[in-house]
Every structure is written in structure tokens, then in C-alpha cells.
Write a protein that binds this ligand. Structure first.
Ligand code: ATP
Ligand code: LTN
Length: 334
């Protein structure tokens, strides 16, 4: 029996991933690659929708791929590749843009947020069509499931609408994918501002735990994390966002339940709790960091692995693209 297909990706928007990417995405991907035919991409074309230094973008792309592998995505099991290595992504995005309504694209909340932040002049058309490229990523592979954070749910809904519209207008070319929305409990917040999502492009560094940071630096950040004046280690998202966030990180990385951690630290101060958490974080990230740095030490080998996987991705993608070209009536090259 063939396994259902899974597709997800992340932008190479920083040198290092943060702990939210690890807990909210990579840990799930690692688990799901066992039972699904998984495709994971580093979406470098998407990263071009905001200003980038070319040399830095190249480096971030490699680093992101290395961190996928270091976190346990197996490039021999899952098709882990760089989006721009498979030209069908850009090509299908063009075709899909012709079946996307202008108003429909304009309703995407991520576009509205980003464009109002940057202003009209700094907002590119690429930022506007970002979700159409994402739809192309997903639809090229006849994807069944798309694990994403809830901020991407609207984009997957658009993808479904485009797939259904195309299929009914031109004949069935695409599987209509289902989103798998990461659980709320897997959401990690900024250590200094525990009501804001931890993010790669956060403005300040103190609240972000980077996968590739020196372990002693991560431990320091944890010791300085914002808590409250109550002094008891107790999960209460509403009134104790800082401590609750630390508990979620602790539970996710140790595989323990929150009540058991609360019990362990009952009657002890935040200092002890933070020390315990720092140990958990360092134990988990230390080896991941080592593996990532070792992979980055041999970029030629990493590039070779990515090229092999791009070849595998291309086989699937080109088949879908050829079918789509036929269906819309493009003349075949003799
Ligand atoms: P950027 O700041 O560039 O938008 P980001 O760190 O917010 O980056 P994305 O690249 O948007 O992350 O997301 C990659 C994956 O990581 C997504 O699946 C997303 O849901 C997950 N993710 C990102 N941040 C968190 C977080 N704080 N908690 C849980 N999951 C997260
Ligand atoms: N937009 C997503 C990244 C992304 C993606 C995809 C996720 C691009 N293409 C296809 C799932 C499937 C983000 O910002 N997290």
C-alpha cells in the first residue's frame, strides 16, 4: 500500500532556526516522516518576497537544510530539497495565478499584515502572490496532508480552493490537500515577551532560543526569562504566560506531562525550575547543534544530498506540471 503524501516547508529567513520551529514543526515532521511519504522543502523563492542579501540567502538556505537533517529529518527517507532547485514550482505558480482571483488573494491576512507593515512602495507583487507559490509547492506533489501553524491555515484553504477550481475547470490534475494544524500547546512564545510568538525575525535576541546558539548562551537566556512574582511553578496561560511557556518547552523536549513537572518543582523557586529547564534544553539541542555544524563543515556533501533529493522531487513535480500544461492547452514542444 502506498503511504499518504505529506508536504511542508520553511523559509530560510535566519542563520539559525528557533526553538519554536523545532517544537512546533521539526519534531512533528520527524515523527510523521515514519508513516507518510514526506516532502520537506527550504522555500528560498518565498524568502525573496522580502529584501535579502544574496550571499546571506545562499548561506541561510544551506543552514536551514542542515538543521532539518540535524533535527532528524532523514534525507534518505524523506525528500528534503531546496525549492528553487525544482523549476516546476515557479512554473506552476504562474498557471495557478491565472485561476486566482485578485480579490481572493487580497483577502489573505498575512499579506494584509505584512503590506501594512512595509507600506505600499516596499510591498512587492511577489509578496502578494506568495500564497499562490505556496499552493504550487503543495499541489505539484499530489499532497494529502500539509502540517503547518495556524497562521498558514488560510493559505492551505486557498490551495484547496485553487485545486478544486482547476480540477473542475480543466479536469482533475490535483489532489485536494488537508491542512494539519499544529496544536496550540506546541506554540512557543518569546522568553522576554511571553504573549508574542517566538519568531526567527524577532526584533530582539534576548527572547529567542536559537538552535545553533552556544548552549551556555541558551542557558543564560532561560535564567533571564520573564516570569512573575508569584513564585510557584504552575501552568496558567492567562495569568502566568512566562512560566507557562517555560513549562510547555520543558514538557515538549523532555516528553513529560506538565503536571509531573509542576509536581517536581512544587515548593521550589523559579531559579531551580529554570536550571532544570536549561539542562533539558542543552541536552536536546547540544547534539542537534553538533550535527548541524558537522554538516555545514562539508558543504559539498550537503549540496550533493540536496541535489539527489531535488532530482527525486523533480520527477514527481514534472509529471504534474506536464499534465497541467496539457490540460490548460499549452502546445507541446515537438
Ligand atoms: P519568520 O519570523 O521568518 O516568519 P518563524 O520563526 O515565525 O519565521 P516560520 O518560518 O513562519 O517561522 O514557520 C516555520 C514553521 O515553524 C511553521 O510550521 C510554524 O508554525 C513553526 N513555528 C514558528 N514559530 C513557532 C513558534 N513560536 N511556536 C511553534 N511553532 C512555530
Ligand atoms: N508559508 C509557510 C512556508 C511554506 C509552506 C509551503 C508550508 C511555503 N510553502 C508549503 C507548507 C507547505 C510558512 O511561512 N511557514
Amino acid at each position: 500500500m502506498t503511504k499518504p503524501r505529506l508536504y511542508s516547508g520553511m523559509q530560510p529567513s535566519a542563520d539559525s532556526l528557533q526553538i519554536g520551529n523545532y517544537i512546533g514543526a521539526l519534531m512533528q515532521w520527524r515523527e510523521m516522516q515514519q508513516s507518510y511519504d514526506a516532502f520537506f522543502s527550504v522555500v528560498d523563492l518565498h524568502a525573496l518576497t522580502v529584501p535579502n542579501d544574496p550571499a546571506e540567502l545562499r548561506e541561510k538556505t544551506r543552514r536551514t537544510a542542515a538543521q532539518y537533517i540535524a533535527a532528524g529529518i532523514e534525507p534518505s527517507r524523506s525528500t528534503l530539497y531546496v525549492q528553487s532547485h525544482v523549476s516546476a514550482h515557479a512554473e506552476l505558480a504562474w498557471i495557478l495565478s491565472t485561476v486566482t482571483g485578485f480579490g481572493e488573494a487580497g483577502r489573505m491576512t498575512q499579506f494584509k499584515d505584512k503590506s501594512s507593515r512595509y507600506g505600499t512602495d516596499a510591498t512587492s507583487v511577489g509578496l502578494f502572490t506568495y500564497p499562490v507559490l505556496m499552493a504550487a509547492d503543495i499541489l505539484l506533489y499530489q499532497t494529502d496532508l500539509v502540517p503547518v501553524g495556524d497562521d498558514q491555515k488560510q493559505h492551505v484553504e486557498l490551495t484547496r480552493d485553487l485545486a478544486e477550481r482547476f480540477n473542475s475547470r480543466y479536469g482533475k490534475a490535483f489532489t485536494v490537500p488537508m491542512p494539519v494544524i499544529q496544536q496550540d500547546t506546541a506554540r512557543i512564545y518569546d522568553l522576554q515577551n511571553p504573549t508574542a510568538k517566538m519568531s526567527k525575525s524577532a526584533e530582539t535576541d534576548a527572547g529567542v532560543l536559537w538552535l545553533l546558539d552556544d548552549p551556555s548562551k541558551s542557558a543564560k537566556k532561560i535564567m533571564r526569562a520573564v516570569t512573575d512574582s508569584e513564585g510557584s511553578v504552575r501552568y496558567d496561560r492567562q495569568n502566568k504566560p512566562g512560566v507557562s511557556n517555560l513549562l510547555v518547552i520543558y514538557a515538549a523536549l523532555s516528553g513529560r506531562q506538565i503536571p509531573s513537572i509542576e509536581d517536581e518543582y512544587a515548593g521550589r523557586g523559579y531559579g531551580d525550575f529554570k536550571k532544570g529547564l536549561a539542562e533539558v534544553v542543552v541536552n536536546e539541542f547540544g547534539p542537534v547543534r553538533e550535527r548541524a555544524l558537522a554538516l555545514l563543515d562539508d558543504p559539498a556533501e550537503l549540496d550533493r544530498v540536496l541535489a539527489v533529493n531535488a532530482g527525486k522531487a523533480e520527477e514527481v513535480a514534472n509529471k504534474t506540471l506536464a499534465d497541467v500544461y496539457d490540460k490548460v492547452g499549452l502546445l507541446r514542444r515537438a
